[in-house]
Design a binder for this molecule. Sequence first.
Ligand SMILES: CC(=O)SCCNC(=O)CCNC(=O)[C@H](O)C(C)(C)COP(=O)(O)OP(=O)(O)OC[C@H]1O[C@@H](n2cnc3c(N)ncnc32)[C@H](O)[C@@H]1OP(=O)(O)O
Length: 129
Amino acid sequence: MNNYTIVRQEHLNHYGFLFGGAMLKWVDEFAWLVASRDFPGCPLVTVGMDRISFRQPVANGSILRFHILPEKQGATSIRYVVDVYADEPGGREEKEVFSTTVTFVHVDAQGHKQPLPRSGPLRSLDDSA
Ligand SMILES: CC(=O)SCCNC(=O)CCNC(=O)[C@H](O)C(C)(C)COP(=O)(O)OP(=O)(O)OC[C@H]1O[C@@H](n2cnc3c(N)ncnc32)[C@H](O)[C@@H]1OP(=O)(O)O
């Protein structure tokens, strides 16, 4: 499944490129949205981000595409792979600029972990077809 956003002035660091923290915020939010659509009615919290790799600096005005797919479901958790591609202003080709995995845990109203439905993340798999 894909989500998109644009890099603006307020997302830049003091070198004039995208601030890494802005990227991490988008990744957490967009992956959470995909996971929440995959498991309707299941409150999910982020438990970990791994294999974080900032591959290329990202210029102001770039259009970012967040490609998010489920990788592994456990008893209470689900891990997604997130690959981010950037289309520079005026550019004709996307390049991969970032990748990570994000894991979410299903919790109850008290914040205690709960089993995840075994139906799996069907919605994002359908959307990626
Ligand atoms: C969308 C957001 O931004 S939410 C805000 C940020 N997140 C939070 O505030 C969550 C804070 N953390 C917590 O409340 C707790 O740690 C919980 C509820 C997530 C986990 O509770 P615990 O009882 O410690 O769970 P436990 O250690 O047994 O792990 C639960 C599952 O997460 C997995 N897990 C735990 N830590 C990690 C990690 N660092 N990375 C990946 N997976 C992890 C475990 O393997 C387990 O998976 P499984 O049940 O599918 O086999």
